[in-house]
Design a protein around this ligand. Structure first.
Ligand SMILES: Cc1cc2nc3c(=O)[nH]c(=O)nc-3n(C[C@H](O)[C@H](O)[C@H](O)COP(=O)(O)OP(=O)(O)OC[C@H]3O[C@@H](n4cnc5c(N)ncnc54)[C@H](O)[C@@H]3O)c2cc1C
Ligand SMILES: NC(=O)c1ccc[n+]([C@@H]2O[C@H](COP(=O)([O-])OP(=O)(O)OC[C@H]3O[C@@H](n4cnc5c(N)ncnc54)[C@H](OP(=O)(O)O)[C@@H]3O)[C@@H](O)[C@H]2O)c1
Length: 393
């Protein structure tokens, strides 16, 4: 990597990166970086926060645990420590990620937020512009761009303990936040505007996810869905009795086709049954200290927690429309959404959690590694055209 001043800018530094720029130092960025290290490919990771895995360190609630068994959540080439429980806590997961970064000697550039990234057709290079937390601007120029900013980049919400709290949303976050509030003597009311699949986290002592994955090896998806729903009904009863209607489409089909994750229940349903968590229909309007629901009911509330989901922030900064769609996810469905044209890659957009992250990361680092080795051979023979192009800036 070398840097020089850009003549048309007063304060912007221009940095040539010998290898890929990875945007984001969450699990996805770290997993790709580890694979590249393994192959001796240099890279730069840009991270807007001041730490790795900022989603986990800064924007999740304390009681959070992985909701899938640890073997489905580990990143390539470094398993979780054996003494970690089957469902590691948030703290343990962060500890694991810190040790992952240390093990592979990954050192992201923190406090540097990517503002834009654009492919320069003339030079056949990516131009990635960042702003640091001190306000200085940097432009990185590179051949490969790895988008690792997460499916869950943007969200709002606060901790409102000890109050009448309206929790908007009944996904895994809404359920777990409601449970948490309940456990802290708050009075949560959860808004369920449509339908939701609630499944037990475990069935007969086995992870529900693992059981579903196992059955999918032998049975078609629709049949696995039916079996899962029979189990769910037997263990949890009819959730519609508590205001949680099930979608018409089965849980796995809904996840595969619409990206909607089923709730893996870890205790919220019990609190809903005992009415410690109230379930109400959609919101019509808010007024001072009150909310009016679509059924005409009015409730007094002290606070509102938005657990309405996350979204990708890729459309805000990546100036590209061929590979990514407007919703910030690759257009090509899994397993083809990891590689675009012109050295563009995407990791962690499969809606398949950390196992999807690992699968993408291994393909990407392998692919870049192969191209890298070929180019090294060629570079020995001639000066590459992109270097000539850079020197004209
Ligand atoms: C609450 C919660 C619990 C989850 N639990 C599980 C689970 O148990 N098992 C499972 O398999 N999956 C789980 N997931 C899904 C998924 O595995 C995680 O979201 C995981 O963190 C995804 O990793 P990532 O690196 O792709 O994204 P992130 O963890 O979101 O990391 C992206 C990084 O990019 C940085 N970034 C974003 N924009 C920019 C920018 N413009 N410039 C520079 N940096 C930027 C962010 O600061 C962040 O550090 C969970 C998700 C959530 C939200
Ligand atoms: N323990 C864990 O590992 C854990 C914990 C939390 C989250 N996660 C993961 O994180 C990801 C995001 O989960 P999430 O629960 O934050 O989001 P989510 O699954 O997208 O759920 C968002 C919820 O908000 C509702 N909603 C959105 N807008 C609304 C509105 N205007 N009024 C009322 N309701 C509204 C949605 O209802 P509709 O369905 O009607 O749109 C849905 O119920 C998932 O992959 C999840 O598995 C994991």
């Amino acid at each position: 990597m070398f840097s020089f001043s850009n003549s048309d800018m007063f304060s912007r530094r221009c940095v040539w990166v010998n290898g890929p720029v990875i945007v984001g130092a969450g699990p996805s960025g770290l997993a790709v970086a580890a694979g590249l290290k393994d192959q001796g490919v240099p890279f730069v990771i840009l991270e807007r926060a001041d730490c790795i895995a900022s989603l986990w360190q800064r924007r999740t609630y304390d009681r959070l645990k992985l909701h899938l068994p640890k073997r489905f959540c580990q990143l390539p080439n470094l398993p979780f420590p054996e003494h970690f429980p089957e469902y590691p806590s948030k703290r343990q997961f962060i500890e694991y990620l810190e040790s992952y970064a240390a093990h592979f000697d990954i050192n992201p550039q923190f406090n540097e937020c990517v503002q834009s990234a654009k492919y320069d057709e003339a030079c056949r290079l990516w131009r990635v512009k960042t702003v640091t937390n001190t306000g200085s601007e940097v432009e990185y120029i590179c051949q490969y761009l790895v988008v690792a900013t997460g499916e869950n980049a943007e969200r709002s919400g606060e901790n409102y303990r000890g109050k009448k709290v309206l929790v908007v949303g009944c996904g895994n976050s809404g359920m777990e936040v409601s449970l948490d509030l309940c456990n802290h003597d708050a009075k949560p009311t959860m808004v369920v505007r449509s339908s939701v699949h609630v499944l037990p986290r475990e069935i007969f002592g086995k992870s529900t996810f693992e059981l579903a994955m196992f059955m999918m090896k032998w049975l078609p998806l629709w049949l696995v869905d039916k079996v899962m729903l029979v189990f769910a009904w037997t263990i949890l009863g009819n959730t519609a009795n508590y205001g949680l209607k099930r979608p018409v489409v089965g849980p796995l089909e809904l996840k595969n086709n619409h990206g909607k994750t089923p709730v893996l229940d870890i205790g919220a349903l019990e609190k809903i049954r005992s009415r410690e968590i109230q379930v109400v229909p959609g919101i019509k309007k808010f007024s001072c200290g009150m909310v009016e629901l679509v059924n005409g009911e009015k409730l007094e509330i002290d606070s509102v927690v938005l657990a309405t989901g996350y979204c990708s922030n890729v459309p805000y900064w990546l100036q590209e429309t061929e590979f990514f769609s407007k919703n910030g996810f690759p257009k090509a469905p899994f397993p083809n959404g990891w590689k675009g044209k012109g050295g563009l890659y995407a990791v962690g957009f499969t809606r398949r959690g950390l196992s999807g992250v690992s699968a993408d990361a291994m393909k990407i680092s392998q692919d870049i590694g192969n191209v890298w080795k070929d180019e090294l051979k060629q570079k020995k023979q001639k000066v590459p055209t992109h270097r000539r192009c850079i020197s004209t800036f």
